[in-house]
Design a protein around this ligand. Structure first.
Ligand code: GLU
Length: 462
């Protein structure tokens, strides 16, 4: 019988869940789901000073928001300190590790350098000592990376390394190996910055006499300037993207393609299909570039795939926060607006940005529009005529077809292009020179509101 695949995401709660970590989690998750295996969560919180419960909450919130669910209770390393100590001691007993302390060395009379020395037998138990793993000076340690192929390190270049600090806490190397072993992890999928840790961990597995898992190291994520992605490039925390109005489905899709491709240049790939197609061996070696414009484009695609009701649920809080939507009739109006706005929205707040004038007339006319559409001395006269004709439409018949027919009829009568009425009208009703179709938006605004907004202007120019 095939061994069950078990993978894990092992964040250190010393910072937010960043896109790099999220992509690692996502690949582990996709791999587990593809293989019908288990995706586990391990919180690497042995750095007591820098780890906080708030960060654990943020990480959990970020993963949940992205839809990356884990299959067993999360493991906290801070609860397992005695286990790490026991196994470190065991290595010491077997002569594979030793107690050590640092000495400060004078260098050129000024700088001090920390050097490790093996502790003398009489020091043991008296002074705080670290435990160091003894790495053979001879030979090589290699492994076959699922993404990068054979990787070999000279043992002489690895050097002895600390596995237990003098305060009794384990280092990452030790805790990681013990937990991966006891959690039954079959595949370690993580960022390529961990490649240099891998031979150390393999040596530990061998020292304990355990099988090593398979390793896959994911390519780095770069900013558009080809430098390692960082704060300088903009938002890096997953929840910042949520707060920006990115949909989790869009970020999921986007992150999945940072290093992997389902083939055929496909970009919009539903989750179940990703699960079906995901192949860890098809992850590229080359660094992936984080292109925010691509994410925004994907988000706009995912926005358009939602139903109007779904979008209403997502954007309603944003309109309420701004005091634009207050009651059922506002909500009903917002629902009618959504189809007009969703074609152009890239992030959720765009709905407010593009739709606020449906709920408020507190806007200035765009300057460019004033210059282009309101300078002609004929404009007030024409708009007055339009206002009269619109006022003649009974409230119940104020529908886009009827409005269009009225406006075009007037243009014909005046012998001018309809655009000469459309542009200034749009500017007076919305303050903008662009937006959804004028007749549709007039229908949503309603006859009386349209007349009122036209009057605001006409009163001023008469
Ligand atoms: N806590 C480590 C990190 O966040 C885990 C590395 C690993 O997956 O082994 O980078």
């Amino acid at each position: 019988m095939k061994k069950e695949v078990r993978v894990r995401f092992a964040p250190s709660p010393t910072g937010f869940l960043h896109v790099g970590g999220a992509r690692t989690a996502l690949y582990n998750w996709l791999f587990a789901r593809h293989e019908g295996g288990k995706f586990l969560l391990r919180i690497e919180d042995t750095d007591r000073e820098r780890s906080t419960p708030e960060m654990v909450d943020y990480i959990v919130e970020g993963l949940s928001w992205l839809g990356l669910d884990w299959d067993e209770e999360p493991i906290f390393q801070s609860h397992r300190l005695d286990v790490y100590k026991k196994y470190a001691d065991d290595l010491v007993k077997r002569g594979l590790a030793y107690y050590a302390r640092t000495v400060d060395e004078e260098q050129a009379g000024e700088r001090t350098r920390r050097e490790w020395v093996e502790a003398a037998p009489e020091e043991i138990g008296k002074v705080p000592l670290a435990v160091r793993f003894r790495v053979p000076v001879e030979g090589e340690t290699s492994y076959e990376d699922l993404i990068r192929g054979l990787i070999t390190f000279k043992n002489s270049e690895i050097g002895d390394f600390t596995i237990l600090r003098s305060d009794g806490t384990p280092t990452y190397q030790l805790a990681c190996v013990l937990d991966d072993h006891f959690m039954g992890i079959t595949h370690v999928i993580r960022g390529e910055d961990h490649i240099p840790n891998t031979p150390k961990q393999i040596l530990l597995y061998r020292a304990f006499g355990w099988d090593t898992p398979l390793f896959a190291h994911l390519p780095m994520i770069l900013g558009p300037d080809k430098k390692k992605l960082s704060k300088r490039h903009g938002a890096t925390a997953v929840l910042e993207y949520r707060d920006m109005g990115i949909l989790p489905e869009a970020l999921f899709n986007f992150l999945a393609l940072l290093g992997w491709s389902p083939g055929e240049d496909r970009e919009i790939v539903p989750k179940d299909e990703m699960i079906r197609l995901f192949d860890i061996r098809r992850v590229g070696k080359r660094a992936a570039v984080f292109d925010i414009n691509k994410l925004l484009w994907m988000n706009s695609v995912y926005i358009r795939m939602k139903t109007d009701e779904e979008l209403l649920r997502l954007v309603l809080p944003l309109f309420e926060e701004r005091g634009l939507v207050k009651d059922d009739s506002d909500r009903e109006k917002l629902l009618r607006l959504i189809p007009l706005l969703k074609e152009r929205a890239r992030v959720l707040p765009d709905f407010v940005e593009m739709g606020f004038y449906f709920f408020s007339d507190e806007f200035e006319y765009e300057e460019k529009g004033v210059r282009k559409y309101l300078q002609d001395p004929e404009v007030p006269g024409r708009l007055r005529l339009l206002r009269e004709r619109l006022a003649d439409i009974p409230e119940g018949e104020f529908r886009q077809e009827k409005i269009e027919e009225t406006l075009r009829g007037l243009a014909g009568k005046l012998g001018i292009k309809a655009a000469l009425l459309i542009h200034p009208t749009r500017l007076l009703l919305t303050g903008r020179t662009q937006g959804p179709g004028l007749f549709e938006l007039m229908e949503v605004l309603g006859r009386d509101e349209c007349l009122r907004r036209l009057d605001n202007y006409l009163k001023r120019v008469s």
